[in-house]
Design a protein around this ligand. Structure first.
Ligand code: HMG
Ligand code: MG
Length: 298
């Protein structure tokens, strides 16, 4: 009883690029996002309004967000950590803002320089202000399935933080396997724990593919009835504040698997691969996805 349609949220321009050492030109990011906009995707996270010292690659957030060509019906989102970030996102008039925090203390501290308790009021203010400006708000919770510093993360603690985030008024929550340590049994058990706590249409899964588990984890999530997944074209990326983290599940591998199983995404795989090839040439490194590898050889 798998879902018939899956919504894929492309986070490559943010999660993918934030970890790339080589500086990508602003005009290339804009061209790439414009290409992605024509693949049938319904959602793209285009950049983040964080401190440029922390993420130098995305210091051109405002230029990128203001210069891309926005397609009708497509949601353009940006990551924001605090009010200063929200200012930029509102100035650029993105459709949706994404707030973020971690389920483990050490990752939260390393990523946004605050304890978990210090983070709530900061995010609450962002949510209120964003809602007041008629934006939808997505929340991200990182290290849901394990932390690179603290190890295992208590499931009840994760659920409590999810509740706090929904209580703030977020529209959707994306659960992050930040360092790709989750296995399918763990994911299934966790989803069984939360399925009666939060509506399925408000939960997305954000799997990193560090250990090659992302598609398997996606499949068990589908079997549990979840149908929103984040991906990054070609598997570009990682998390700069999580040691050893690699990219998100590749959007193209995800699309291939779903289409082959008869599940619709609305995305044209060939267009997606061309967009993947564009950014692959700019980063001057082969992207790790299987579909990009096949595309290269044909
Ligand atoms: P901080 O140093 O604690 O900030 O950094 P602060 O509030 O103390 O302010 C210090 C200075 O930074 C001030 O400037 C602020 O104006 C400025 P000064 O007065 O000294 O001149 N500042 C800013 N400048 C630009 N943009 C801003 C901003 N905020 C303050 N938004 C901060 C705190 C959150 C800013 C910093 O830690 C940061 O930028 N962190 C970003 C880390 C990040 O982007 N990580 C990757 C994204 S999360 C992720 O990848 C996980 C996810 O994919 C899900 C998953 O996989 O699990 C989402
Ligand atoms: Mg991520």
């Amino acid at each position: 009883n798998l879902p018939k349609h899956v919504t894929i949220k492309e986070v490559g321009p943010r999660d993918g690029l934030q970890n790339e050492k080589e500086e990508i030109k602003t005009e290339d990011k804009i061209e790439w996002i414009n290409q992605l906009s024509r693949t049938g995707l319904s959602y793209i996270e285009i950049t983040s309004f964080v401190h440029p010292k922390w993420i130098p690659q995305l210091k051109d957030a405002i230029d990128v967000a203001k210069s891309i060509k926005r397609e009708k019906g497509l949601t353009y989102a940006a990551l924001v950590p605090n009010m200063k970030g929200l200012e930029g996102a509102l100035e650029a008039d993105v459709d949706e803002v994404s707030i973020f925090m971690s389920a483990s203390e050490s990752h939260n501290k390393k990523n946004i320089n605050k304890s978990i308790d210090e983070t709530y009021p900061i995010l609450k203010e962002v949510v209120d202000e964003a809602k007041g400006s008629n934006k939808t708000v997505r929340g991200y919770l990182s290290t849901v399935f394990g932390c690179p510093y603290d190890g295992a993360v208590d499931e009840q603690q994760v659920i409590d933080i999810c509740k706090r985030l929904f209580d703030m008024g977020i529209d959707e929550l994306s659960l992050g396997d930040t360092i790709g340590v989750a296995n399918p049994i763990q994911v299934r058990n966790f989803l069984s724990l939360i399925e009666n706590e939060f509506p399925k249409d408000q939960i997305a899964l954000h799997f990193h593919d560090t250990r090659g588990m992302a598609l398997a984890n996606t499949l068990v999530s589908l079997e549990k009835g979840y149908y929103m997944f984040d991906g990054s074209v070609g598997g570009l990326g990682g998390c700069p504040y999580a040691k050893g983290a690699s990219g998100n599940v590749a959007t193209d591998d995800l699309v291939y698997m779903l289409h082959d199983m008869g599940i619709e995404t609305g995305i044209k795989l060939d267009h997606l691969l061309k967009a993947g090839d564009f950014i692959q040439q700019k980063i001057n490194n082969p992207l790790p996805s299987k579909q990009m590898n096949i595309f290269q050889k044909t």
